[in-house]
Structure formats: C-alpha cells, structure tokens
Ligand binder design. Structure first.
Ligand SMILES: *Cc1c(COP(=O)(O)O)cnc(C)c1O
Length: 366
C-alpha cells in the first residue's frame, strides 16, 4: 500500500470559482493567474479548469511556453515581463504578452528586432513600490513604446497593496491607487487591468477592462476569513490517514522538543504528513485538523514526515481514520492563520512528493 497521503485537485471547484470571479465583475474579461504552478494546483489542471478565461497570467517563462505547447491559444501574460533579450525574442515567437515595468525593459524592447510584434502591458507604480513606472514617467514611456514599430498594442496595469482592507484602515487605500492610475492613463488608448482577487471580491467597482484573480480561483481568501465566506470552493484537499496511535499518560510529551505535554491520559494519532509534504512546521498545538470529518487539534511539533493530533475528544477515531489537513471541510485559510501565514503560501508549498489526484466531472476516466 502506498503512503496514504494525497492532494486532490478539484477542477470543478476551480471552474466554479472562475465563474464566481466573473459574476463579481461581469463587465470585465478575466486573466486567470496561474503563476507558481497554478498556486500549487498544476499548470495542466489550471489550463483545463480555466478554459473559459480570456487569458492566463503568470511569471515563469518556461511555464508560459508550456501553455502554448499544450495548445492554449488565448492570450498569455508574463506579469514581470522579459528578463533578458532572449526572453523577449521567445515571447514574441510564442505570442506571449509582456509586462513592462522598468527602463531596462523599455530599452530592450527598443533595441529588439523580434519576428512578431509585441503585446505590452505597461505597469504603473501607484504606491506599492515593487514594480512599475512612477506616474511622472508614465506618459513619456508610453510615447516611446508607441513609437516602436514592432509594438502591436499597449495595455495598462497596476497592482493593489491593500484591496482586502477597509479604506479607512489603510495606509495606501485602493481609492488612492485607483486615482493615480486614472490620472496617469487618462486619454491614453489601451486596455486596463487592476484588480487581484481582493479587488474582484471586495471592490468590484474599481476594476478595469480585465480582472486578474489568483487565490480566489483556488478557493482561498485574499485576506481575513475563509474562501467559503466569499462563496468559493476549495480546490486542493490534502488528505492522509492515521498510521499509528499512542496511548499516553498525563505528563508525557509528544514529538521533537516535547512541545505538547498531556494534561490527562489521552490518545495521540500519528498522521502521515509532515513539513516535507508542505504542511507548515510553524503550526502550533491546537491547529485544526479533521479526523473522520470531526475537528481535532494538532498536538506536538510537526516533523518532516509526520504530525500528531490529540484523539482524546474523538474516541471512535483510530488507526486508519481519514485525516483532512486542509481543503474540503477545513479551510486552508484557517490552518494558515493558525500557523502565522496565508493560504497562498501553503498551496504553493505543496511538495513534489505528494501524489495528486484530479477530480473533473467533465472528463471521465482520469
Ligand atoms: C499574483 C498576482 C495577481 C493575483 O493575486 P491574488 O491575490 O492571488 O488574486 C494579480 N496580479 C499580479 C500582478 C500578480 O502578481
């Protein structure tokens, strides 16, 4: 029998979540964001689930080419643009749209002689201060790119720092970023995209011609709370079983560092899942785990291949009981919040060694 740990990727859930994103901003077209191996869900799965998206957006050049090779014919957008001149040539060859965020990339485009024309997405820095041109530079960069004969189109984008927060609570509210974006792009011809998942779910009115949802497509919350609270379905369920049970006495400890010490006699279930599978080692005692569909509490430090749960309150659970680490029945956001991180990080960290099962009602036998 194989080790009982699997990640189930629910293509139907991803499809439903994309439809949900579209319902939030019905007038916009949707870039489905599939960077980081589709947030850990697998690029091929994402391509299938998001067949209805108007385009796919990501960071990794190789993955973008793989989308083309796998037959994706709609737009593909590289969100950090080209990293060198060879990238630029290949992007043109594979018809990959490029973000342009810095002077270096503008010069690269001016000097290039690509075989096919380029679709560019000029990025405005509206205060996040990672990528993009300042508002004062924006028009002159736009004019330079417009003058380049092998530039076919120029669109505009920016990225929000705090779209998941209430306006009043934010150092850099969405309204401020939107205002800067509107000023900088006023009168310029080009399509716009501004909204990530948080803006799509919580600030529908600020969105441009395109939305760029990521986390919500996978059922995760972009901020506080859980994806379910936004009507999203979990796309990744990480599931295992109890492979050993220890009866321990009051005062006995469990695992490395003897972090969990039993206050009373209890049973400890040992689960085949550890940090080498992507479960966060930072999870404290009490982090929720589902055992046979009932909530239990992590007890003891997560180790490389195993974690331990207190079965004291669940007398019927034991050897072979099914354990859901996150997903169906237990929001990844809850596990993340308990562990001091976000659902994004947990999804992306799903380890290579975890076998993946794909559920897709539109395709049988797979
Ligand atoms: C990752 C990313 C997104 C998606 O963000 P989510 O919070 O996952 O919705 C959108 N736009 C850009 C530029 C990104 O890098």
């Amino acid at each position: 029998m194989p080790r009982p740990l699997t990640a189930t990727i629910d293509i139907d859930a991803m499809r439903t979540n994309l439809a949900q994103a579209r319902r939030c901003v019905p007038t916009a077209r949707a870039w489905a964001v599939v960077k980081a191996n589709a947030y850990g869900h697998g690029l091929a799965n994402a391509m299938r689930a998001f067949a209805d998206a108007n385009g796919l957006a990501l960071i990794e050049f190789d993955a973008a080419v793989r989308l083309r090779e796998a037959g994706w014919q709609r737009p593909v957008l590289l969100l950090e643009g080209a990293f060198d001149a060879a990238d630029l040539q290949a992007a043109a060859r594979h018809n990959l749209a490029l973000a342009v965020h810095c002077e270096d990339q503008v010069r690269m485009i001016e000097l290039a002689r690509p075989q096919q024309p380029l679709a560019l997405h000029l990025k405005l820095n509206t205060g996040m201060n990672r990528l993009g041109f300042r508002p004062s530079q924006f028009r002159s960069v736009y004019e330079r790119l417009q003058a380049v004969p092998h530039v076919a189109s120029i669109s505009f984008l920016t990225h929000f720092a705090n779209a998941d927060e209430e306006e009043g609570e934010s150092r850099l509210p969405v309204s401020r970023q939107v205002e800067l974006f509107r000023q900088a792009t006023a009168g310029l011809a080009g399509e716009t995209s501004v909204g990530n998942s948080a803006a799509t779910l919580m600030q529908a009115s600020v969105n441009g011609d395109w939305i760029r949802p990521g986390i919500m497509l996978y059922g995760g919350s972009p901020g506080a709370g859980t994806g379910a609270q936004f009507g999203l379905l979990p796309a990744m369920t990480l599931k295992s079983r109890i492979i050993a049970v220890q009866d321990i006495a009051a005062g006995e400890a469990v695992g490395y560092g003897s972090r969990f010490v039993a206050k009373e006699p209890t049973r400890i279930g040992v689960v085949a899942c550890g940090y080498a599978d992507g479960y966060p080692r930072s999870a404290p005692d009490g982090t929720p785990v589902l055992v046979d569909g009932q909530r239990a509490r992590l007890a003891g430090r997560v180790s490389m291949d195993m974690l331990t749960v207190d079965l004291g309150p669940l007398p019927s659970a034991g050897l072979d009981s099914e354990v859901v680490l996150w997903g169906q029945g237990l929001a990844i956001d809850e596990v993340a919040q308990a562990s001091g991180t976000i659902g994004y990080e947990l999804m992306c960290a799903l380890a290579q060694r975890v076998p993946v099962q794909v559920v897709d009602s539109m395709r049988s036998n797979d």
